[in-house]
Design a protein around this ligand. Structure first.
Ligand code: FRU
Length: 495
């Protein structure tokens, strides 16, 4: 397969579509010593609408092979898209569960009528060749108060019971998660709905449910949550709830048998940047819980665009794989250690201006907290001192003339200073103190990890010059920068 030479913004250590369009990560797993990353794929163009499952494999998360299209939308159950889904490997095979999207011809709104949402199953012994498709669930199997928007199965096993969660949109325009159980993975029975009492988006997509560090994590993507100054700044969110084992046992505030309301105030965003959605996790055999997100958002309601890469014939990527841990009631995300194999040429930095000659780098900066020796408790009791003190503590990293990453007075701001964001402007978060920042810059993608991964901001970035960044660091204690080389990606199976 030949790639156009004129692709200035292609990435070096993020998985991208071989050509055309990519969205959600799908079917993530580690099966027979190989990592599998499937993804929503439309090879016919950077804004194309077909949805297949593209397939990458890797022994180590940095050497990749594109295996071709694993699932096409080619049967009556998935005619208009092989939508998102998961992998299940506990029983010795690589088993995939995904949503077959069908749009009937006619005068339909495709919300309440005209859309088929099927759960489809395929399996593989070798991880590359898949069986015939089997239909497991269709619209008639969902509760009557749901629209036709039900999708994105995630399957796991507890004891001798298989579980599946699906995202859904109810007829009263509330998002919810449907929970099914099965003894054989083929016959599924509805168990309960998980939803919020208050308004929290009209549709919840891409659910995930797993145990982590003694807690239970429920992830999903609520669409259309009202925007706030410091939260929910994208039209669609991606985040999670953490529950203790005891809460899960008794059912979170159980009211009636089939409904589990959850508190939206406990929802936490996974990423507060411009370009992050539809994350999925898997369990690597060494015990790590690893997350990949889509490093993009859907086209709807967007104030910003990706014209520079669309002109190159492709759009979107995944995030880097991130290891998840729970620390003090919050998920921390951190780029997996395997990425360090791509480091070369390390430079120690301090405050001031440094020109970095590299299109990809990994920059770690630590900040001394409370530098002037003022006591935080004193600041709390003396509001004037508090403001002045905080103002004195400005910490900032500027990337060329393009971007400012700044913390001051308990607020973190990521701001584009010119049009290198293609319409992206400002993202903010309330963060009490800034201890450290790690910035992964990959040609036209930035992932910014704050305070050991407690907050993450992912964004596209289209600098005029990709090979050079003028860094201006203010207020840092110590900084280290590694230039990064490209992952090896074998695209010879491309189509
Ligand atoms: C999330 C999503 C999923 C769906 C897929 C279709 O980005 O809308 O809910 O399965 O994309 O590509």
């Amino acid at each position: 397969m030949s790639l156009s030479k004129n692709q200035k913004y292609r990435l070096k250590f993020h998985l991208m579509p071989p050509k055309g369009w990519m969205n959600d990560p799908n079917g993530l797993c580690f099966y027979k010593e190989v990592y599998h990353v499937f993804f929503q794929y439309a090879p016919s163009g950077p804004c194309a609408y077909e949805r297949y499952w593209g397939h990458y494999t890797s022994p180590d998360l940095v050497h990749w092979k594109y295996e071709g299209i694993a699932i096409r939308s080619d049967c009556a159950w998935d005619l208009n898209g092989a939508f998102s889904g998961c992998a299940f490997t506990d029983d010795g095979m690589l088993e995939l569960f995904y949503t077959g999207n069908v749009e009937e011809e006619g005068d339909y709104d495709y919300i309440n009528a005209g859309r088929g949402a099927n759960v489809i199953y395929v399996h593989s012994e070798d991880g590359v060749h898949f069986s015939e498709k089997k239909l497991l669930l269709s619209n008639k199997d969902y509760p009557a108060d749901y629209t036709c928007h039900v999708r994105d199965p995630k399957v796991w096993k507890e004891g001798d019971t298989y579980h599946m969660v699906l995202g859904g949109r109810k007829k009263d325009d509330k998002g919810a998660i449907l929970h099914y159980v099965s003894k054989d993975k083929m016959q599924w029975e509805f168990k309960e709905e998980i939803s919020a009492e208050e308004d929290f988006g009209f549709m919840w997509e891409c659910p995930d449910f797993f145990a982590l560090d003694g807690q239970q994590v429920l992830m999903c993507c609520p669409q259309g949550v009202a925007r706030e100054e410091y939260r929910y700044q994208n039209p669609h969110q991606a985040g999670y709830w953490l529950f203790s084992a005891a809460e899960c046992e008794k059912g979170v505030k159980q009211q009636n048998e089939n409904v589990q309301p959850i508190e939206t105030s406990r929802f936490k965003e996974l990423d507060k940047g411009f370009d992050f959605y539809a994350p999925q996790t898997f369990f690597a055999s060494d015990g790590r819980r690893i997350l990949y997100g889509w490093g993009g958002v859907s086209e709807m309601d967007k104030e910003y665009c990706n014209t520079p890469i669309i002109e190159e014939g492709w759009q979107h990527s995944l995030t880097v794989p991130r290891e998840l841990r729970v620390v003090n009631g919050t998920i921390r995300q951190w780029p997996v250690k395997e990425l360090e194999a791509l480091h070369y040429d390390v430079v120690g930095l301090t405050d001031g201006v440094t020109t970095v000659e590299a299109d990809a780098f990994d920059l770690e900066i630590s900040f001394a907290t409370n530098t002037t020796g003022e006591d935080i408790a004193k600041k709390e009791t003396d509001k004037i001192l508090c403001t002045e003190h905080y103002c004195a503590e400005k910490k900032e990293i500027q990337l060329s003339e393009d971007i400012s990453v700044c913390w001051q007075g308990g607020v973190f701001i990521l701001q584009f200073l010119n049009d290198s964001g293609c319409g992206r402007r400002v993202r903010k978060a309330k963060i009490d103190e800034l201890r450290n920042i790690r910035i992964l810059k990959d040609v036209s993608m930035l992932e910014i990890y704050i305070n050991d991964g407690e907050y993450v901001f992912t964004t596209r970035y289209y600098p005029k010059v990709v090979t050079q960044t003028v860094l201006n660091i203010k207020g840092c204690d110590r900084a280290t920068l590694w230039k990064m080389k490209a992952m090896e990606v074998d695209l010879s199976n491309g189509e």
